[in-house]
Design a protein around this ligand. Structure first.
Ligand SMILES: [Zn+2]
Length: 165
């Protein structure tokens, strides 16, 4: 995907360069206390929420179990329950913070299905607004992200107390 205006892109390139050797960026985000730098929105007992550094749209979140496992088949009932409670309550947070008109929610399992990080399963939540694109963002080649990531982070984090697991 080409992004027309992306001041965070250099940071992203630095980030993946620094962290590639360490492996999983979700596990790395779990270890850090630099939540704003890593765009961590919520850390619970079983689930973490972070903003996607490479968003399809403003406010694109990743919801992941704490455990580093590749598929939802590897999760316990308790983890599945927590994961979807966090999906549910993250929607409430995003509605309050960003007032989207709609959402795409999905899970990519495996590289050919589009998973950028296939070892650690995660749910994507992509907020949508009327007129943001004529195509599904996963199919679009070019997309303008109107707000920088940190600005969006600061809007979202004010409502992070909506999240429950
Ligand atoms: Zn991991």
């Amino acid at each position: 995907m080409d992004i027309l205006w992306s001041p965070w892109r250099m940071k992203y390139i630095e980030y993946i360069t620094i962290h590639k050797s360490e492996g999983c960026f979700i596990c790395e985000a779990l270890k850090t206390d630099k939540n704003e730098d890593r765009l961590v929105v919520f850390k619970g007992e079983k689930v973490i929420v972070l903003m996607n550094l490479f968003p399809y749209n403003t406010g694109h979140l990743l919801i992941a179990p704490i455990r580093h496992v590749p598929s939802i088949e590897d999760l316990s009932k308790e983890e599945i329950t927590s994961l979807f409670l966090v999906v549910q309550t993250s929607l409430k947070m995003l509605r309050k913070a960003l007032k989207p008109d709609a959402f795409n929610i999905g899970i990519n399992l495996g590289r050919v299905a589009g998973a950028g990080l296939e070892e650690h399963v995660h749910v994507h939540i992509v907020p949508r607004w009327n007129g943001d694109t004529n195509f599904m963002p996963v199919l679009a080649n070019t997309k303008v992200i109107p707000e920088a990531l940190k600005d969006t982070y600061r809007k979202i984090i004010k409502y992070a107390n909506y999240i429950e697991e």
